[in-house]
Design a protein around this ligand. Structure first.
Ligand code: TXA
Ligand code: MG
Length: 309
């Protein structure tokens, strides 16, 4: 049996499957199977208050799951789908409260990966899928990363290494208000440019999901320290073992940094470095192309070790 056929059979049988996307690998189940959705949460050890994104393969499928699809949604989907943009819409009754953690909205996205698009097409169901990692840990960008996380417990399709490397930009659309909940490689400028015909601009907004509880995320098992150019960072060497650091100066293009970000975290922790030191240039703070990367780094950094830089 081909791998894709095995995945289709598992999805139809209320099981979960690791799926490749262009951003990160997902842990997928049919939105119509509460059994599968429960397995996603328990396998990830994810609290039920954090809702799942639903992956679809057409805008028609999106419209079947939400209320209030409008011209703004048409424009966003035409410009950015398939691709790393999740559109949060008011949900309709086809989407269970389990998927949305009781919220009346649902995140929708057409991923840009042929294998996952084929899986959605052939299993004839939208797929709910969070990133395929344990809650708060580093997202996987290759099949091997997912296997390292869950072992034999999960069947994982191989779609190669993820092109984008960090999770999708999440935007909410309600009438003509567009709010960015999570920055990513599709930037505010790109969104505003696409929406210029409507004369509206998106705004950054903190997500309505569990405020305060999701501040620390994407964390490797060793401390991350961010060193900003021209800023003083005091590192307490009683708290941090900085004897053998993995040092990474971010000088590459943003797309290149994003693609390698999580793989670097994993290399550093697997090769027994004592911590990760990331050097950033001052101008990155103002450059929106880095906003998604800096968002992930800020959540991954070592607040749990007492660092507040
Ligand atoms: O690129 C991605 O988005 C990847 C791939 C697999 O598609 N998925 C992903 O899923 O990153 P996850 O669950 O790790 O992150 C989804 C984020 C969460 O922070 C969740 O709180 C938010 O999207 N989200 C989901 N549904 C939402 C909703 N209805 N309202 C607000 N935020 C929502
Ligand atoms: Mg995640």
């Amino acid at each position: 049996m081909h791998n894709i056929d095995k995945a289709i059979e598992l999805i139809k049988n209320h099981e979960i499957v690791g799926i490749p996307t262009e951003t990160v690998y997902g842990l997928a189940g049919s939105i119509y199977s509460d059994i599968a959705i429960n397995k996603i949460f328990t396998t990830k050890e994810r609290p039920f208050f954090d809702p799942l994104i639903v992956h679809i393969n057409s805008t028609n499928m999106a419209k079947e799951l939400c209320i209030g699809w409008n011209e703004i949604c048409d424009t966003l989907s035409q410009n950015f789908w398939p691709g790393p943009l999740t559109i949060v819409m008011k949900k309709n009754k086809n989407v269970s409260d389990l998927i949305t953690s009781g919220l009346d909205s649902v995140g929708l996205r057409i991923p840009n990966h042929p294998i996952t698009l084929e899986l959605i097409e052939k299993s004839q169901t939208p797929l709910a899928a969070p990133s395929a990692n344990k809650f708060k840990c580093v997202s996987p960008t290759s099949r091997q990363h997912v296997i390292d996380e869950f072992g034999d417990a999960v069947f994982v399709l191989d779609g190669g290494e993820c092109e984008i490397g960090i999770e999708s930009t999440v935007v909410s659309v309600i009438e003509n208000r567009v709010e960015i909940y999570r920055p990513g490689m599709i930037t505010k400028e790109m969104i505003d440019e696409a929406l210029s015909e409507f004369d509206i601009q998106s705004v950054y907004q903190s997500s309505p999901v569990a405020p305060g509880q999701l501040e620390h995320h994407y964390m490797p098992k060793i401390p991350i320290i961010l060193l900003w150019e021209q800023e003083i960072t005091v590192i307490d060497n009683k708290k941090f073992d900085i004897s053998n650091p993995y040092i990474w100066s971010l000088i590459e293009e943003p797309s290149h940094i994003a693609r390698n970000l999580y793989a670097k975290f994993r290399i550093a922790q697997d090769e027994n470095f004592s911590c990760i030191i990331i050097k950033l240039k001052k101008e990155m703070k103002e450059n929106t192309n880095f906003k998604g990367i800096i968002n992930r780094l800020s959540k991954a950094k070592s607040a749990q070790f007492g660092l507040t830089n």
